[in-house]
Write a protein that binds this ligand. Structure first.
Ligand SMILES: CC(C)(COP(=O)(O)OP(=O)(O)OC[C@H]1O[C@@H](n2cnc3c(N)ncnc32)[C@H](O)[C@@H]1OP(=O)(O)O)[C@@H](O)C(=O)NCCC(=O)NCCS
Length: 210
């Protein structure tokens, strides 16, 4: 019988394995510079959980960024090694990220940017998409953007809307601080123009298991 992978808080001891999996799983356009991710984990700004195989190798991780300026947390990266996918480990990691958010009083909402396929996984873990035309910058290209869903999970009751000013402050933070774009980048200005006064939470009326 194969042992179930162990889920542990990342404490810096698995840096080589984490680095290798991160650079294998994410293409360059989707990747925040590795050194920056590791430095932010070391400083405590990012919180991480890792999955280890029986030999102690890193086979998955989830990273959460606490954006205290806007009382939000963001699931920045979730990955499972190719051979291990499709067995519920991604869900285990996303639920660990949700638990990390719930334990930490600094954020009122947890957000994630998702392409259509992972969006299904996040929805199963309780997230709902914001009704927003959302396009994120590529890390490795001055002009590229990628359409995504911006998904949300509140700490308490489901609101019908997220205030546009709050969404814009978070987007501004993610674009500048996460993607590394300049404050005058036209992609940031265009995205802010696509944020309405109130951003509707899609399906907020449904219970999380629907
Ligand atoms: C997303 C990912 C972490 C899921 O890991 P997993 O262990 O296979 O997840 P689970 O077995 O718990 O759930 C499977 C779900 O993962 C998602 N998924 C599966 N393969 C995927 C892939 N190649 N890319 C993106 N998402 C995938 C789907 O939502 C799938 O559900 P579905 O069968 O309804 O489509 C893993 O596929 C991965 O590392 N992908 C590449 C990195 C990535 O896209 N990360 C998410 C954005 S940060």
């Amino acid at each position: 019988m194969i042992d179930a992978p162990a889920l542990l808080p990342y404490d810096g001891r698995r840096e080589v394995g984490l680095r290798s999996l991160y650079e294998t799983v994410f293409p360059a356009w989707e990747r925040e510079p590795t050194e920056q991710v590791l430095a932010r984990l070391a400083s405590g700004r990012y919180g991480g959980d890792v999955l280890l195989d029986a030999g102690g190798g890193v086979i998955g991780f989830a990273i959460v960024d606490f954006v205290t300026e806007v009382r939000a947390a963001v699931v920045t990266f979730v990955a499972v090694a190719g051979d291990w996918r499709g067995r519920g480990l991604g869900e285990r990691l996303v639920l660990a990220a949700v638990a990390r958010f719930r334990r930490d009083e600094r954020a009122d909402g947890l957000y994630v940017e998702a392409e259509p396929r992972p969006a299904r996984l996040y929805r199963r873990c309780g997230f709902r998409p914001l009704a927003l035309d959302y396009r994120v910058p590529h890390y490795d290209c001055a002009m590229g953007t990628q359409p995504m869903s911006l998904m949300f999970l509140p700490r308490g009751e489901w609101p019908a809307n997220v205030p546009g000013t709050r969404a814009a402050a978070l987007v501004r933070h993610m674009f500048i601080d996460g993607y590394g774009v300049r404050a005058d980048d036209p992609r940031l200005a265009a995205q802010c123009r696509r944020i309405p006064y109130q951003v509707r939470v899609s399906d907020a009326e449904l219970s999380p298991d629907q």
